[in-house]
Design a protein around this ligand. Structure first.
Ligand code: WQD
Length: 330
């Protein structure tokens, strides 16, 4: 199987590339390295440094002939998307349309697309299933939902088959320690906690402890990036076997609070990990938990590495190694 992984030098993309290589697929990574990192590239995979806004490059790479495209290249900072929507319109929406048009032009049928739980916005019921209303609260989530709508039209009009994978909160690292690229200036909870544990950040700011949750802090559905990678493989096989598209949630179905994540990190790392309760972050729902029943039914997918200890332990393996190497022990 010949696969092109656009955004394959990124956090999730590199785990997908690793899983596809382990499956014996031929893998080419196309990435502009704006967020992705060279250290996330594998010797067994070809690499093309390119941008999804560069149509000639995109078309020339796709024209080489691939059985499928996996597209994870997007800006994903919800807060930033509310300040710079134009950046997200161009990169996320126009960039994806460029990919779709190049697929039509070069006759590539299958697309696995990185979507997000952000398409749902404030939950009106929990757990969130795929029938839940989609009212994104931030422009990032809006771009993902709009792209899903384009995918449906390209399926109807051009015979594209797509898998829209709505990730909940991706976390953790390859349990075999083969991926070591760390996100720069992370805003997500676990990387922030890891930076405090490694001594690179002073403390964790807990955005509110007055939510209607057991300990008052935000609850999210964290799903291990290795579980996500497996779902990309299963989704591709599903499309090829059934000639059908699909849209599924990918979550662990377990809710973990901010304080639970911090406490788990203190226990596993042995570090103090100072924290401070501050005000709520605008737009944060109290609780987001997925129903992933559909992914289980259609794909046979089940989260296997998404327990809180594995999420924290696999992340700490990487952060600790990098901090030891950098001599920045805390
Ligand atoms: C998780 C919880 C925060 C940081 C975002 C995007 C979403 C998706 C995943 C791409 C919340 C709390 C966080 C901190 C904290 N991205 N928190 N202190 O907001 O659930 O989802 O990332 O697909 O689209 O919106 O993730 O990790 O930012 O927050 O207290 O320093 O941790 O309030 O309850 P979020 P997050």
């Amino acid at each position: 199987m010949r696969t092109l992984i656009i955004g394959g030098a990124g956090y999730i993309g590199s785990h997908v590339a690793r899983r596809f290589l382990d499956e014996g697929f031929r893998v080419c990574v196309l990435d502009n390295l704006s967020l992705g990192q060279r250290e996330n590239l594998f010797a067994e995979a070809e690499f093309v440094e390119g941008d999804i806004l560069d149509i000639p490059t995109l078309e020339s790479v796709l024209a080489r002939g691939w059985d499928a495209v996996v597209h994870l290249a997007a800006f994903k900072a919800a807060g930033e998307s509310m300040v710079k929507p134009e950046k997200y319109s161009v990169n996320n929406i126009t960039g994806t349309l460029n990919i779709l048009n190049a697929m039509v032009k070069t006759g590539i049928k299958y697309l696995v697309f990185s979507s997000s739980a952000a398409v749902y916005g404030e939950p009106s019921y929990l757990p969130i299933d795929e029938s839940h209303p989609t009212n994104p609260e931030n422009y990032y989530g809006f771009t993902k939902l709009e792209i899903e709508r384009f995918l449906s039209w390209y399926e109807k009009l051009k015979g594209i088959r797509f898998s829209a994978l709505r990730y909940f909160n991706a976390a953790g690292y390859d349990p075999e320690n083969r991926i070591q690229g760390l996100e720069k200036n992370p805003a997500n909870l676990l990387p922030v906690i890891m930076e405090v544990a490694a001594g690179w950040r002073e403390k964790v700011q807990v955005f509110g402890n007055d939510y209607p949750t057991p300990d008052g802090t935000g609850v999210r559905d964290y799903v291990h990036v290795t579980d996500l990678a497996e779902a990309h493989l299963l989704a591709l096989r599903y499309m090829m076997d059934t000639d059908k598209s699909l849209t599924v949630n990918l979550g662990s179905e377990q809710g973990i609070s901010v304080l639970q994540m911090i406490e788990t990190a203190r226990r596993i790392t042995g570090k103090p990990i100072p924290s401070e309760i501050v005000g709520r972050r605008p737009g944060d729902p109290a609780k987001l938990v997925a129903s992933s029943t559909l992914a289980g039914t259609l794909l046979g997918w089940k989260a296997r590495f998404s327990d809180v200890d594995t999420l924290v332990r696999t992340a700490w393996n990487v952060y600790n190694q990098v901090s030891q190497r950098a001599g920045k022990t805390s």
